[in-house]
Design a protein around this ligand. Structure first.
Ligand SMILES: [Zn+2]
Length: 297
């Protein structure tokens, strides 16, 4: 199906990448200690470059939520992403689930990540996405801190039921949230409401585990019927079937390792059929123009 046939030319969707390595996912927290991260083979640079090449072929700018830990070790990668005209955003520094942190620890994590990403990229960092979408009802205090630390939007509240994250009754589309420190824009990953429940339609494990037709139908419904953009998300390790494997339980094995070999061709397809740009462009944030000027100069 062409972009025109899908009605995509009328709706701009957001493409986002959580830049972390295959051993940093929250599901591996219990078997891969943070102290061992630096000893493991890193594949995040090569995998992120494969995504950058794909986005270039489709002339798409995306938002990259880069983990501070990754940016510290691979600053050239951050500069390469920014140099391609993409938006640099923050995935925090140490990839710790918010409900395992105190507010003080969280503040330190998002502040150090923002400082580092801004100094490495030379760009203002306005967006934040929590590790494993861990802004949940008990950690909504995080939004106040994000505003105080100079973030303009959060992309962490998944309006679904899940064992590790989600606020099932949260609004499904981009919206403003008031905090004690001022307003913040919330950019939820996209869902479709069916039979009274919200189902994810645009990215991550759902993109790999379910037939491609589900994603295409979901985006078509959002774009054509509801005239809403979708917010798509992917991780560099999701396009890497050759990553070293960990001995994990059945559920984690299914979620992490299913469909890795076909993610690239699916991404290619979804970007052929629909229009994407960065979250900054979707929200019309001023930093976007500056980034484009810089890339064109
Ligand atoms: Zn993550």
């Amino acid at each position: 199906m062409t972009k025109e046939a899908a009605g995509a030319s009328r709706v701009l969707n957001a493409m986002s990448v959580d830049v972390e390595d295959y051993f940093q996912v929250s599901a591996f927290d219990r078997i891969v200690s943070r102290a061992s991260w630096h000893t493991l083979e890193s594949r995040v640079v090569a995998n992120t470059h494969r995504l950058l090449d794909l986005f270039d072929r489709h002339d798409v700018r995306a938002t990259f939520f880069v983990l501070g830990w990754v940016a510290e070790r691979f600053p050239v990668l951050v500069r390469d992403i920014a140099g391609g005209g993409h938006e640099i955003a923050s995935h925090g520094y140490h990839h710790q689930l918010l409900y395992t942190l105190t507010p003080l620890q969280f503040r330190e994590d998002v502040r150090s990540a923002k400082d580092l990403l801004e100094s490495v990229s030379g760009r203002a960092v306005l967006g934040y996405r929590a590790p494993s979408y861990s802004v949940v009802k008990s950690t909504l205090w995080a939004l106040d801190i994000l505003v105080e630390e100079g973030y303009g939007y959060d992309a962490s509240i998944f309006p679904i039921h899940h064992d590790r994250y989600g606020i099932p009754d949260a609004p499904r589309h981009v919206h403003r949230r008031e905090t004690s420190a001022g307003a913040i824009v919330e950019v939820p990953p996209s869902t479709m409401r069916l039979g009274g429940v919200n189902l994810p339609i645009a990215g991550g494990g759902y993109f790999r585990l379910l037939p491609y037709a589900w994603t295409r139908w979901g985006i078509e419904q959002a774009n054509q019927v509801h005239h809403q953009p979708v917010v798509f998300y992917i991780h560099p390790w999701e396009i890497d079937p050759d990553q070293p494997r960990f001995d994990v339980g059945t559920v984690t094995r299914l979620r992490h390792y299913t469909g890795l070999a076909s993610t690239m061709s699916r991404l290619d397809r979804v970007m052929t059929e629909f229009n994407f740009d960065s979250i900054a462009t979707l929200l019309k944030l001023p930093g976007r123009e500056k980034a484009t000027d810089g890339a064109a100069a």
